[in-house]
Design a protein around this ligand. Structure first.
Ligand SMILES: [Zn+2]
Length: 67
């Protein structure tokens, strides 16, 4: 398996840590996660929180079935 290096601490990144954060897109607030180097905590990426998206989708489907 090939691992990339953290651009800040120059160590191989073999795993990630994450934290939750809010992301604003066009004035709409979404739950998001940051993907961090486990050694120096540099943010290597961020994305919409897939668990929050799943929960919101389930809630919307349940609401749709009730109406
Ligand atoms: Zn690092």
């Amino acid at each position: 398996m090939i691992f990339g290096k953290c651009p800040k601490c120059d160590q191989l990144v073999t795993s990630l840590t994450g934290s939750t954060i809010k992301m604003t897109i066009d004035e709409t607030i979404f739950s998001a996660v940051t993907l961090n180097c486990p050694l120096c905590l540099t943010v290597l990426g961020a994305q919409i929180d897939p668990i929050a998206v799943k929960a919101d989708t389930v809630d919307e489907v349940i609401d749709g079935l009730k109406s």
